[in-house]
Design a protein around this ligand. Structure first.
Ligand SMILES: [Zn+2]
Length: 1203
């Protein structure tokens, strides 16, 4: 003890007792056996100041002292009044004879003594509740007795002594009577945080307790238990500053306390606790006290906790801190959460009065009218229970008392307008939260809104309530709220233990390699949903632990990422990352398995069977449920992302290498995965694990290695790089002499290849920017370098097949070998040979005949030196017998070649102009039906309208057009069995770009046009409402079983709205009123494309169906939905269609002077208007089409630059 607590005496000449500057002086301790005595009675600050330069000291750094003189006034104006204060001598510490002079202060709560009267921070603080007796002992002396320690004081006179004894006794008596004696004698009943902290300059740690608006320092836990402290710090003058990883300063005007926490995680917690304490100290009880004046406001509206300090100012309810967290999760549009104590500015007199008028009792009569006891919250409800209840209560309005007018919008609005003129705010609350529109039209132009009405009638509380709820979302019971069902299926309880190496937890992703020395060996125990780690397997008290249900992600690092060969990371809900390691792969496998098992719910356990590198939960949205995110369990295995989404019964898999798009929206931290037919938005609910997921998914979506199948693939399983190069060469290289034999620019080839390797998805080859010879060499180099080669392990068999002199045996052998190739190799070989076949067909232009190509590609594809011709022989055979070996449909091949011929001819005829960029495109248009004889190839300039295209076709075929012949250009989709007449002013080029391979353009008469025009002419205003049968497209993962259901639709000049609750709506007369009711779904009209027809496979209930495609406008969040509407009669369908068309085109459905406009369009010959033409294959694969479309959408202006 003596050595530990001994003084740090400056080596100077000062006498020992003169050096009260010891760190341990703070711990002025009666049990202390050092002898020193304070002679110099400087304040703490003086002490530390004087010592900071002395060599032997380890006191506060210079920054620790405050240069300004401490204010004399008592810092805490709110503090308890002092009952008595004065100088007393305190008995000497053990072994000493000299009394210590102390300035002693007594108030109702504490007896404190200080070095001198100027000091702010005491050397000892004794709660009066812990004093058990005050006794006179001998001359001028008295004892203050506490539970197990006695303090002896000596007054200057007997009378002085008597006075002290008297006031102390009365004080002790009072506090005794007042407080039921806490066993621990501890005043800090509800502390914010407690634990040991190092105070810089002091060699022993202090037990520190943050409690309400104060921080208490104790020598150790024992003293804390007894309630005998060193000092307390009033936080109303405090300020907390983070210094470095583990250190932080608590600054007051009198002293800077420089604390050092044990870990950086604890540091964060201390800082937060102290900041809360400051907020508490600075908070204003005035508002709270006033709100609490209404008795029901004294307990939380949701869980009944006492003294709730938070409120939703629009809902008029008061709730506790824990419930406030869940209210915040609802968002401002549902619950505007404010503090009674801290948000002083919002609490206007009217708002306070509103809370007294409504308050928890009356608000709950509405909000909680029907709470089943099983769902009600208690003080001890978990966060998840709170979230569920509060969401159901306020977002869904599940427990509310339904207003008799519920569902009748007009009546609700009427009632609101009338009621706001009275003082009955309870009724207004019920009306508004049952759907009455706060901004509805009152019918009075002078007082157009309920707000104006309330103001006019001097109803301030009504006005306050309406104003707070101007933008509130009304509860919607029909909204499917994401109840994290999967989450609640408890995981199996797993037990596992053993040694692991562990680093300190982190709040940042690990980017650097962690050496072995950064790990400590820990005995780890997984049991009953808890993971605990111990100093050793002998210890009974864990060093720390984790609750399994708080784990959100488990990631397995590649071997040798860190000092220990095998490491894994755990991510917690609280944004902490824990790294564990071992050298034994088996140990790691077992831990990973056990941990995953104990946090992945039973419903998603299939994921556990996979050899994942990352597993965990994430919130996601899909295009059908954009409003609210749901919970899903994700696991990443190689380039496959396995997902168990809520409500689905089976796992789904996304092949990340085949994604069409992968992007991160940094502003809201969403990962967008676009696959064919589905888009998934993964949200960054928490930053830390999301960063990990995003990086891992991006990595997995790139090429994962050097073999063919590890490349980023197209849907047809062809490496993206191969497809893009072939596509480009077909467009621009077929007439290039010596294509594939000429070498390009080496540096450019290398750079382009590197670009492709980094992310092929992002490389768009463009004429002008890229040279044909560079691209063709990229393709060759890719095949030459690819690991295992295009022919894989059987390459030698292919080569030896050339030994057969009989051609048909060779072909037979190739066919056999081809069928044995892996999927990706097959698709790639087929695509490549098809391409080479086309190249040699135009050998008269490019000089690359069969033999020439074989010489180039033989050694390339077999990765051989080319000395022996057998490789070339194989390629020659493959090209020559392309049709036989690959079972090619000859008609299709012919068509492909015709198209290429056509492209070449067109390119030939066009004189290239200066400058580059895209110009016109050539497309195939049919007349009346899709058959070869009806085929027309038309060059389409960017400005060409559907009407111009129609005339062009009609002209070519010399068709005479009569006045009532409504010739139209249709976009026909054979696969979807739907068609859409293009509007006469619609530009054809973008349409052409958006066509898939299943679609084509067709010019024919529009037989319904007459009827539609007649219908529209009869309408005064263009809008329509009524019933239709509605069916959704397949759900995100194609699992829903769609069927047609009756829905009520309202089509206005801006939007199409869908309503489920037909019952109430049909009663209403005016569609405008209906519009103010909240629809189940709503789409902007301008984003809809309406087609005639519905796929028969979907079994439409009538033959009068429409297929509607919705495409969001936003570039960054491209979203596409397709759904179906069915009408009872053809007339109905025509009317809906006509209304759509009219709205979308500003009333212009058909040109007024149809025949004249035709003449006008003909006056300018199309061919002379535009110069440079770039070409795309007329019928490529679907991917090629999409690529063109993607290029177009990426830079739509490119098309218009030459115009
Ligand atoms: Zn509560």
């Amino acid at each position: 003890m003596a050595s530990k607590m001994s003084l740090m005496v400056p080596k100077a000449t000062k006498p020992r007792y003169n050096s009260l500057c010891s760190d341990d002086e703070l711990l002025d301790d009666d049990t202390n056996c050092y002898e020193s005595v304070s002679v110099k009675r400087g304040s703490w600050i003086d002490d530390f100041d004087s010592i900071s330069s002395s060599q032997n000291s380890i006191y506060l750094p210079i920054t620790g002292h405050v240069s300004a003189p401490p204010p004399r006034e008592d810092p805490a104006s709110t503090s308890v009044p002092v009952i008595k204060m004065g100088w007393l001598d305190k008995n000497p510490p053990q072994g000493s004879l000299i009394y210590q002079r102390r300035w002693v202060k007594l108030d109702a709560e504490y007896l404190r003594y200080f070095d001198n009267e100027k000091d702010i921070y005491s050397k000892r603080i004794i709660p009066t509740v812990s004093i058990t007796g005050v006794v006179n002992v001998g001359e001028q002396k008295f004892e203050v007795v506490t539970h197990n320690r006695t303090f002896l004081f000596r007054a200057e006179s007997d009378s002085e002594r008597s006075e002290w004894v008297m006031v102390l006794k009365s004080c002790v008596g009072v506090s005794r009577a007042r407080t039921s004696l806490d066993l621990t004698f501890n005043p800090c009943v509800s502390y914010e945080m407690k634990g040991y902290l190092e105070l810089r300059g002091l060699r022993s740690k202090l037990y520190t307790v943050v409690c309400a608006d104060k921080v208490f320092l104790y020598k150790n836990t024992e003293d804390y238990r007894l309630g005998i402290g060193i000092t307390s710090i009033d936080m109303n003058v405090g300020n907390v500053k983070e210094v470095d990883r583990r250190a932080f300063d608590l600054t007051t005007p009198y002293r800077i306390f420089s604390f050092v926490a044990d870990t950086d995680q604890l540091k964060d917690q201390w800082v937060e606790a102290m900041r809360n304490s400051i907020a508490e100290a600075l908070s204003n009880y005035e508002v709270a006290e006033r709100i609490w004046a209404e008795p029901s406001n004294q307990i939380c509206a949701d869980c009944s906790t006492d003294k709730p300090e938070w409120a939703a100012i629009n809902l008029a309810v008061v709730f506790c801190k824990r419930c406030a967290g869940e209210h915040r999760g609802l968002g401002q549009s549902i619950s505007k959460v404010r503090s009674l104590k801290m948000d002083k500015k919002v609490w206007t007199e009217d708002l306070i009065q509103l809370f007294l008028a409504l308050g928890n009792e009356r608000a709950n009569q509405f909000w909680a009218a029907n709470v089943p006891p099983s769902e009600a919250l208690t003080l001890n409800s978990s966060s998840e229970e709170r979230r569920r209840f509060i969401t159901a209560k306020y977002r869904e309005g599940k427990y509310r008392r339904y207003h008799p007018l519920f569902g009748n919008q007009r009546e609700l609005n009427n009632a609101l307008c009338i009621n706001v003129q009275s003082s009955d705010v309870c009724e207004t609350l019920a009306l508004v939260f049952c759907g009455a529109d706060v901004s509805c039209d009152t019918g009075d132009p002078e007082l157009p809104s309920p707000i104006a009405l309330a103001q006019h009638h001097g109803q301030n509380l009504q006005l306050e309530f309406l104003t707070q709820n101007r933008n509130t979302e009304v509860p919607r019971s029909e909204v499917k709220v994401a109840i994290d069902r999967v989450h609640y299926m408890a995981p199996t309880s797993v037990t596992h233990n053993g040694f692991l190496f562990k680093t300190a937890s982190m709040a940042r992703p690990i980017t650097e390699k962690k050496g072995k020395e950064e790990f400590s060996r820990r005995w780890c125990v997984l049991n009953d949903g808890n993971f605990s780690y111990y100093e050793s397997d002998k210890n009974a008290t864990p060093n720390g632990g984790l609750k399994m249900k708080e784990i959100v992600c488990l990631a397995v690092n590649p071997p040798e990422t860190h000092g220990y060969d095998h490491t894994f990371e755990l991510y917690s809900d609280a944004e902490r990352l824990y790294l564990f390691g071992t050298d034994n792969p088996e140990t790691m496998r077992e831990w990973v398995k056990s941990i995953a098992k104990s946090f992945i719910p039973a419903g998603a356990e299939d994921l556990l069977l996979k050899d994942f590198e990352r597993i965990g939960r994430l919130r996601y949205k899909d295009r059908l449920n954009r409003e609210m995110s749901r919970l899903g369990w994700f696991c990443l295995v190689g380039s496959s992302l396995h997902i168990r989404l809520e409500e689905h019964t089976a796992d789904e898999t996304i092949d990340l290498q085949k994604l069409l798009e992968l992007s991160i929206q940094p502003e809201n931290e969403v990962l967008v995965l676009v696959e064919r037919g589905r888009t998934l938005y993964i949200e960054g609910e928490r930053k830390l694990d999301f960063q990990g997921w995003a990086a891992a998914i991006q990595r997995a979506a790139g090429s994962s290695g050097d073999t063919l199948s590890q490349q980023q693939l197209t849907e047809a399983d062809i490496p993206m790089i191969v497809e893009r190069c072939i596509h480009f060469t077909t467009q621009y290289g077929l007439t290039s002499e010596g294509i594939y034999r000429k070498s390009g620019v080496n540096s450019k080839i290398a750079a382009l290849l590197e670009e492709f390797r980094r992310d092929a998805r992002c490389v768009w080859l463009k004429e002008g920017e890229h040279q044909v010879d560079d691209v063709s060499n990229v393709l060759k180099r890719f095949f030459r370098d690819i690991e295992e080669g295009l022919f894989g392990q059987e390459a030698h068999s292919w080569l030896s097949a050339t030994a057969f002199s009989d051609e048909s045996s060779r072909i037979c052998q190739y066919r056999l070998l081809f069928s044995n190739l892996p999927r990706v190799n097959q698709a790639t070989l087929r695509a490549l040979v098809n391409h080479l076949y086309c190249v040699q067909r135009f050998a008269d232009l490019n000089q690359m005949n069969l033999h020439n190509l074989a010489i180039v590609f033989g050694p390339t594809l077999f990765q051989a030196d080319g000395k022996d011709y057998s490789a070339g022989r194989v390629i020659e055979d493959l090209i020559q017998h392309y049709v036989t070996i690959f079972d090619v449909n000859e008609l299709q091949l012919k068509k492909q070649l015709d198209e290429i011929t056509y492209i070449i001819k067109l390119r030939d005829n066009l004189t290239p102009k200066a400058g580059t960029g895209s110009g016109d495109f050539i497309c195939t248009v049919y007349l009346e039906e899709k058959k070869e004889t009806a085929e027309q190839h038309v060059k389409i300039p960017a400005t060409m309208t559907a009407a111009e295209l129609t005339f062009e076709i009609l002209d070519r075929r010399k068709i005479t057009v009569k006045e009532k012949d409504y010739w139209c250009c249709f976009e026909v989709n054979e696969k979807e069995e739907m068609e859409r007449p293009l509007h006469y002013q619609e530009k054809v080029l973008p349409i052409f770009h958006s066509l898939g391979t299943d679609s084509h353009l067709l010019v024919k008469k529009h037989f319904s046009m007459e009827a539609m025009l007649v219908y529209l002419a009869s309408k005064v205003e263009v809008s329509k409402h009524g019933m239709m049968k509605f069916r959704e497209e397949r759900s995100l993962l194609g699992l829903s079983t769609g069927s047609f259901n009756d829905r009520y639709f309202i089509l206005t000049s801006t939007s199409l709205r869908l309503y489920k609750e037909v019952r109430n709506l049909q009663k209403l007369q005016s569609p405008e009123l209906q519009c103010s009711n909240r629809p189940e779904r709503e789409w902007p009209v301008k984003c809809l494309k309406v087609y005639h027809g519905i796929k028969k496979k979907l079994r439409p209930p009538t033959c009068w169906g429409l297929t509607v495609v919705y495409e969001s406008e936003k570039q960054e969040k491209q979203e596409r939905q397709q759904w179906y509407l069915c009408c009872d009669t053809q007339n109905e369908m025509r009317e809906w269609f006509a209304t759509f068309m009219s709205i979308q085109n500003g009333g212009r459905v058909w040109p007024a002077e149809w025949l004249k406009s035709r003449a006008a369009s003909r006056s300018v010959p199309l061919d002379t208007r535009f110069g440079n033409v770039s070409l795309i294959p007329l019928r490529g694969s679907e991917n090629e089409m999409r690529n063109s479309v993607a290029a177009f959408t990426a830079d739509p202006l490119a098309l218009f630059r030459n115009v």
